[in-house]
Design a protein around this ligand. Sequence first.
Ligand SMILES: Nc1nc2c(ncn2[C@@H]2O[C@H](COP(=O)(O)OP(=O)(O)OP(=O)(O)O)[C@@H](O)[C@H]2O)c(=O)[nH]1
Length: 376
Amino acid sequence: MKKTEQTLLEQMRISEFDIEHRKELLAFGEEDIAALLACRALVEAHIDNLVDEFYKVQTNIAEIALLIGDADTLERLRNVQRRYILDLFGGVYDIEYVNNRLRIGMVHKRIGVEPKLYLSAIQMLRELLVGVIEDSGDDAKLIRKRLKALEKLFYFDITLVFETYIRSLVSEIETAKNKSDQYARSLEEKVSLRTRQLEEWMRTDPLTGVLNRRFFEETVTRAMRAAERRDEPLTVVYLDIDDFKLINDREGHKHGDEVLRAVGEALGAACRSEDSCFRYGGDEFCIVLPNCTASEARSGFCRRLNETTDPRLAGIRFSVGIAQSGPGEYHDPQELVSRADADMYRDKQKAHGHLAEHSLSVVPDTPLPKDKPEAA
Ligand SMILES: Nc1nc2c(ncn2[C@@H]2O[C@H](COP(=O)(O)OP(=O)(O)OP(=O)(O)O)[C@@H](O)[C@H]2O)c(=O)[nH]1
């Protein structure tokens, strides 16, 4: 619930029962109320003098004069003080009376009246009132009773003002804490986002956008363990662009970069969500295909790659090596990669020796790669 939807009494959980309890704690009873009421006429007769004297002293204190600030405010305060003094001897110390005291505590906190200034003002007022009551010429015993009752009422009021003051301080601390918690949370979110971005950046090959070699071994090892656990096949496809040096030499390094970028995009498009694609060397790429046989890699991944229509890849040919592990028997992850590499090398030899067609030519409308015997 918003603070503005609650009265001060509700915020501080002060009920009529609580007010009576406070009076009991101070032994403030009917006798005291009667003693204070008995002074009312006397105090009323001196009220202007009391208020004048009070503010004469108060406005001589530099800090207080600064807080009051101007003549209009002083006039307003004089009226408030007049009402307060009369309330002290009004004989009614109920929920309304308490609410007014709480409000004073709140206003003091808001305008920055420090507790020491409030206490010194109360002490000053007390002395002025004691003077008036003592000079009444009444019976000494009666005067003592009245002063005692006034003392108790001041304690009653001071406690309320201080509690509001403290409550207000606690609220300020809570607000500051909430703000700093909020800031810490937003900072945490930013850090975790930046960390994710950094990790992503560390994993990614900046030119082609596919994963870099640093994470390759870790990925194959993890994929191999998962395949073993599930008794599924795992396939690695090794791709090497044919005569890439020639492309660089003929078309320029910039064009070569553009081809590598296009290869990265084509591989990304040919991969399933569970596949991981790596730039393994300058013009070499490795694709880890979980739950996929060598034959499925050819009919699935290689076919999709072969369907690439990117004009930057027209005439680009790959030597392809495929190696499968599992189900049943599993190789060492490094051995699986070496087998895919060896298979790719054999493919390249055939191509160079014109013994066979290239495994994969990424040009529009090229036929599917020839199905090779399983490497597993
Ligand atoms: N444009 C460009 N070229 C690169 C990059 N990284 C490596 N290369 C070049 O890629 C070429 C690879 O050449 P080779 O290893 O001889 O391979 P190849 O010319 O494809 O020959 P084969 O593999 O036998 O078909 C080298 O000339 C490298 O300089 C790169 O990031 N951008």
